[in-house]
Ligand binder design. Structure first.
Ligand code: HEC
Length: 567
């Protein structure tokens, strides 16, 4: 929804956040003939995608005589979105943002541990003059720093017109120029969002766990704070990053169409650096959109209905939820031997969000593999899904594989499918849509029913579960909703790791950049997901889903029928 108000706010924000407040350009300012906003937009595209204002790819030299397509060598791919660079691997990429370039580099500013790891050929001189706009341009054109040091050839030299260079330099001058909002000398401010009708147990499972994490952190930092204030001067770099956390709980009420305005009010009252967790019974989209517009990182909300996007940056989700289960089902069926080649495929669902998402994932995965679209039956709310329904379905689609995105109330008569001729070769359902209650599925259908299950299998949960439980016990929190508590516990661990790596570079984009540099994570999350993985721009951390069948026992055992990731 784009109201004139949010539009205006959007434009103001590009300036506020990219330009970070003070550097808001004068109204009349033009850059290479463009308005300041337009120049920032074009500069963003050059930096992130390697595309010139004309839309053509930038050209770059990666050695004296090898020219490459700059869209494969975007600045962001090395210097990261925040421009803070990376000292992670064997290649040290210096920062290229305003806060780094436009001041002299003195030896002390290299972090001691980074300095030690710099290979000799990249060891920066103890002193480098501040860049000016002209010198930044020269570095990008010919690879010389202000002291005439020749930059390594890892840094390409770009073939840009003077005009295009002006735009790129203007962008760099506003990139991570000042700390993001929500941080001051002592405190990193966070909020968590509780949106709509969330039951009290689930709300508390998230909020109380998060508050315990914050209390924990703050009791540990007291010592660090003292050192930060009274530490010896030359150790300043080491000690001053420590900030206490504060956590506000933003409760959103009423219709989701009013959430955006409520979020604005909370934010304007006290801006936060990032949102942590959060929970909603409905769609996360209004909060997602707010964060995207305000450029606020939102970490790992608890929601069954994430917003799916390949390009949005600010919200990191646990998974794609039902959509991912649908994708998994499609992949599983494709390789499933009992499926006769070219068997018709029929999806059945009600017109509800969860089933819709699963069906969308199923369709997307099939179409990306060049398979034909399945027949999709959307059953009216007042129409029962009973014996007669199934008989008719099989009569009109003989031999069809069925993907049934149904909830517990609709699966009671599935036994019919075991008796009809021809019996469907396979039936796929989602165990999470069945609210994890395998026992609602009639025994007769179980031999040919396959269920998507997006969590760790019970037999793999053991040790991780103990670790989380004992932490909860130590914090005086009873186990209420274990999945929510474990997810939140994991979030606390991610947060600690990311804040530590971010050190004193309090830029929101950098915060996400460092999170993107995390790898596969198993720690503490094993009780919910086998693993979570991160990577540049990846925003759905759980990449897999099992397919299981129901075995013996009460509740029925889950028998694994696929690997976690089906390629
Ligand atoms: C393939 C990786 C890579 C790409 C792509 C890349 N850079 Fe670099 N850049 C580097 C490395 C590595 C250095 C440090 C070189 C050195 O110190 O010798 C660097 C250094 C710089 C410096 C000098 C920093 C200083 O403190 O002196 C600037 C400015 C810069 N890059 C800007 C850019 C811009 C703008 C782009 C995109 C148009 C870009 N870089 C694309 C890797 C890259």
């Amino acid at each position: 929804m784009t109201t004139p108000r949010s539009c205006a706010a959007g434009i103001a924000l590009v300036l506020l956040c990219v330009a970070a407040g003070r550097a808001v350009p004068e109204e009349a300012e033009t850059v290479a003939g463009y308005s300041a906003e337009e120049a920032l937009r074009l500069g963003t595209r050059m930096y992130r995608e390697g595309l010139l204002p004309s839309g053509e790819p930038m050209r770059a030299m990666v050695s004296e005589d090898i020219e490459v397509d700059g869209s494969m060598f975007s600045c962001q791919s090395c210097h990261l979105r925040s421009g803070r660079g990376s000292l992670e691997s064997t290649v040290i990429t210096l920062p290229t943002c305003a806060s780094w370039l436009y001041k002299p580099l003195v030896g002390r500013e290299m972090r001691p541990e980074s300095e030690a790891r710099l290979p000799d050929r990249l060891n920066p001189p103890p002193f480098r003059e501040a860049y000016t706009d002209r010198l930044v341009g020269r570095a990008i054109w010919v690879g010389k720093d202000p002291n005439d040091r020749e930059l390594s050839w890892v840094m390409p030299r770009y073939k840009l017109s003077t005009r295009d260079m002006e735009i790129l330099v203007y962008y760099l001058k506003h990139l991570s120029a000042e700390f993001s909002p929500g941080v001051d000398d002592t405190t990193l401010r966070f909020a968590t969002v509780v949106a709509g009708e969330v039951n009290r147990t689930d709300r508390d499972a998230m909020v109380l766990t998060l508050q315990a994490i914050v209390r924990d952190r703050n009791s540990q930092t007291r010592h660090e704070e003292r050192r930060a204030q009274h530490g010896p001067f030359n150790m300043e770099e080491l000690y001053n990053p420590y900030r206490r956390y504060s956590l506000a709980v933003w409760e959103l009420q009423g219709d989701p169409s009013t959430w955006d305005a409520q979020l604005e009010d909370h934010y304007n009252e006290a801006p936060v650096f990032a949102l942590l967790g959060g929970i909603t019974s409905g769609e996360w989209a209004p909060i997602h959109d707010f964060c995207e517009r305000r450029q606020i990182p939102a970490l790992l909300p608890i929601t069954d209905f994430p917003k799916l996007s390949d390009t949005d940056w600010y919200t990191v989700y646990f998974s794609k939820s039902y959509f991912q289960e649908g994708e998994t089902a499609a992949r599983f069926l494709e390789r499933f031997e009992a499926v006769v080649k070219d068997a018709p495929v029929v999806q059945v669902r009600r017109d509800r969000r969860a089933g819709r998402d699963a069906a969308a994932g199923f369709n997307a995965a099939r179409s990306s593999r060049g398979l034909k679209a399945p027949t999709e039956l959307v059953v009216e709310p007042d129409r029962p899904i009973d014996k007669e329904f199934w008989e008719r379905l099989v009569a009109s689609h003989p031999g069809a594989v069925l993907a049934l995105w149904l909830e517990p109330a609709d699966v009671g008569d599935l036994a019919t499918l075991a008796a009809v001729e021809p019996r469907p070769p396979a039936v796929v359902l989602s165990l999470s849509l069945l609210e994890d209650q395998g026992d609602v599925l009639p025994a007769q259908v179980r031999p040919f029913a396959y269920l998507t299950y997006p969590y760790s299998l019970p037999e793999d949960v053991g040790r991780s579960r103990l670790a989380v439980e004992s932490w909860l016990r130590a914090k005086g929190l009873p186990v209420t909703n274990f999945r929510i508590q474990t997810k939140t516990y994991f979030l606390g661990w991610m947060l600690a790791a990311s804040v530590k790596r971010m050190r004193d570079d309090f830029y929101r984009d950098y915060f996400l950049d460092v999170m993107d540099m995390m790898r596969d994570e198993y720690y503490s999350i094993g009780a919910v997901y086998p693993r979570l993985s991160f990577g540049p721009g990846q925003r759905y951390a759980s990449k897999g889903c099992y397919v299981v069948q129901l075995g013996d026992g009460d509740p029925p055992a889950l028998v694994k029928r696929s690997d976690w990731v089906i390629h």
